[in-house]
Design a protein around this ligand. Structure first.
Ligand code: APR
Length: 230
């Protein structure tokens, strides 16, 4: 089976009711990154950071996968699909995708504030101040903050380098290292870009731009891919 690598961003979950970051009315319109999504913010005001991610978790737990998530899951019948997502929601898994790399972590797990490798499931939607890991350190959301390393990036680079087909869905490509992953996909590989506002990717070869929302565009790409199968 051909290896189909899909890099997703907040746009794929927009139609599930989760806000993107940089669109008008995006999350970063209402919050400063420096106040809620950095190690410095956590040191300065852990309660605020905890509350920010508790609210995100509540919204994620209430959200349902949409047609785009389901279409990607269905493609597993015909392709070796690997999803690399920048999203911290679990909607790809909710739709049935079995091979998902979470570059920026996943909000439904907690992590030790001393050791990022110690992660735990969360009961309910809230991590409370005073809840500690096995080392006795405060638990925080299992998400990668600005200024932290992205532990899964090397694996993601390897996956991209092995792609036979590539799809990019709903990301502004504003944040590195995720945005650089396209550079590891071979020039010959067809790259389907689904976004109502296609990001600037002029240096990338073999791009097919589908200027649509995810629920329309991903289904179109799935149709193209399935019809070109032998
Ligand atoms: N379908 C598809 N794409 C959409 C839709 C939709 N319905 N609605 C919006 N988009 C597109 C926008 O046009 C934009 O290109 O989704 C993209 C969202 O971009 P960002 O808000 O920048 O989100 P993302 O690229 O995922 O951000 C990357 O930034 O703050 C960090 O850690 C956070 O993982 C996140 C990273």
């Amino acid at each position: 089976m051909k290896k189909l690598v899909v890099l997703t961003g907040a746009g794929i979950s927009a139609e599930s009711g989760l806000k993107t970051f940089r669109d008008s009315d995006g999350l970063w319109e209402g919050y400063n990154i420096e106040d809620v999504a950095t190690p410095q913010a956590w040191r300065k005001n852990p309660e605020l950071v905890q509350q920010f991610y508790n609210e995100r978790r509540k919204t994620v737990l209430e959200a349902q996968p949409n047609a785009a998530h389901f279409a990607l899951a269905a493609l597993e019948k015909d392709f070796d699909v690997i999803i690399i997502t920048q999203n911290i929601d679990d909607l790809h898994e909710g739709a049935g995708s079995t091979n998902v790399v979470h570059l920026h972590g996943i909000i439904t797990r907690s992590q030790s504030s001393k050791n990022p490798n110690l992660t735990y499931p969360i009961e309910g939607w809230e991590i409370k101040m005073g809840e500690v890991c096995e080392l006795g350190s405060q638990l925080r959301a299992h998400v990668v903050w600005f200024g932290e390393t992205v532990p899964m990036i090397e694996k993601a680079v390897e996956i991209c380098a092995e792609a036979d087909l590539f799809m990019l869905v709903g990301t502004s490509l504003a944040v590195y290292p995720a945005a650089g992953l396209l550079n590891y996909v071979s020039d010959e590989v067809p790259k389907y870009i689904v976004d109502p506002k296609i990001p600037a990717i002029s240096s990338v070869k073999n791009c097919i731009k589908i200027e649509e929302k995810a629920t329309v565009g991903v289904l179109k790409v799935a149709e193209i891919l399935l019809s070109s199968q032998p």
